[in-house]
Design a protein around this ligand. Structure first.
Ligand code: PSV
Ligand code: MN
Length: 386
């Protein structure tokens, strides 16, 4: 197989999971701007996600967030997804929106609150059993705002205890993905602030506990591709929550703020066997002022473009330049790939998959945007309930 053919084959197998909450209303803590045609139910979120898959061909699963996507019958929800050509993916827990969690959830000083939080995580595993989801994604808003507020080390012990109970409950083929975040909503300490803390907990738990890299969750200037390379090397990269940031956890479209960073990350993924390493490619974004479905389609395309460029890196030439200490040569190999216009290649890939080469244009021409505005009248629009 030529290099180009191999790149095309890989691009056809890539799967990017879209988050149910990206289809719903969202905003900043200052204002949520409601949009017309936004889903009212988890089923309608799946209908929108199915459109993203229909036009990109590489977004076959949808992440759920519980309780935002709570339903009485998850079997029926999974069937609804299947009927539309998608499936239910990662189950995301939510231990950050109850009054009880003012001082944290699994790290809370009160055992009763910790019990409530762990019970919720166990409920998420029950849901996974029904939906056939393989990944449980945990992100904790836990932390403290003031020095002395709580015992930093005791909070780690409580965290470890809670994670161990949930890990024990995992069924065969199920994984626990632990997500870290530098700060927010806690500002003095965060209980899982970085990949090192997440990794240390995962290591203790066992091989099915892995770290999630949300690209928006780092200090400015952090070398995220180094973290990716290290976690892949340790076989502990669970996956990504892709998005873009200019300042903090901005949740903008992946590849919009720094496409070069996304390329560098995807280069490490390709280098580290990322397509076969079990790393999940998920989006974790909110579209506050832009139209949501085309923004998600664009995000999927941005991931594809960065991946295509990474697949075009001449690995042999790069290794040779690196081995001979040819600093400029090695850098040039990488930059050649980055500077390649891969859009014609991706148009070809889509045509070969029987898709329109222009997913955003195809979506616009489909009339779906007008249809949901006309049909989704009344009821309560979905949101992230903050
Ligand atoms: C937290 O900021 C986070 O990145 C976690 O993944 C949450 O589950 C998600 O955002 C909610 O949007
Ligand atoms: Mn995230």
């Amino acid at each position: 197989m030529t290099e180009l053919a191999a790149a095309k084959a890989a691009l056809k197998t890539q799967a990017v999971e879209t988050p149910s909450w990206a289809y719903a209303n969202s905003g900043t803590r200052f204002k949520v701007f409601a949009q017309q045609g936004v889903p009212r139910t988890p089923q309608e979120k799946l209908d929108d996600a199915a459109k993203v898959h229909e036009f990109t061909g590489v977004a076959p699963s949808v992440a759920l967030h519980i309780p935002w996507d709570k339903v009485d019958d998850y079997t029926a929800l999974a069937e609804h997804a299947e009927d539309r050509g998608v499936r239910l993916g990662t189950i995301n827990s939510n231990t950050f929106q109850d009054d009880a969690y003012r001082l944290g959830s699994v790290c809370h000083p009160d055992a009763a609150v910790r019990r409530k939080a762990v019970d919720h995580l166990l409920e998420c595993v029950d849901i996974m059993d029904t939906t056939g989801s393989t990944d449980l994604k945990l992100w904790f808003a836990d932390g403290t705002n003031y020095p002395g507020q709580d015992d930093i080390r005791a909070r780690q012990d409580r965290l470890a205890e809670a994670l161990a109970e949930v890990y024990e409950r995992l069924g065969e083929g199920q994984r626990m993905l632990l997500e870290y975040k530098l700060f927010e909503p806690a500002f003095y300490t965060t209980d899982v602030p970085d990949w090192g803390t997440a990794y240390a907990h995962c290591l203790k738990l066992g091989p099915r506990a892995r770290v999630v890299v949300d690209t928006g969750h780092h200090a400015p200037g952090t070398n995220i591709e180094f973290i990716v390379a290290t976690l892949l090397r340790e076989e502990r990269l669970g996956g990504f929550d892709f998005n873009s940031r200019f300042y903090a956890d901005d949740d903008l479209m992946v590849g919009s703020a720094d496409p070069f960073q996304l390329f560098r990350i995807m280069h490490e993924v390709v280098r580290g066997g990322g397509f076969t390493s079990g790393a999940a490619f998920m989006l974790d974004q909110c579209h506050n002022i832009e139209a949501k479905i085309p923004a998600i389609i664009r995000s999927v395309m941005n991931v594809q473009e960065a991946t295509a460029k990474a697949l075009l890196v001449d690995a042999e030439a790069l290794a040779a330049a690196q081995a001979s200490g040819d600093v400029l040569g090695a850098n040039a190999v990488l930059m050649d790939a980055y500077n390649t216009d891969v859009r014609p290649l991706l148009r070809e890939v889509r045509e070969e998959m029987g898709l329109d080469p222009d997913p955003v244009g195809a979506y616009r021409r489909s009339g779906w945007a007008e249809r949901i505005v006309a049909e989704r009248v009344g009821g309560e629009q979905a949101g992230w309930g903050a």
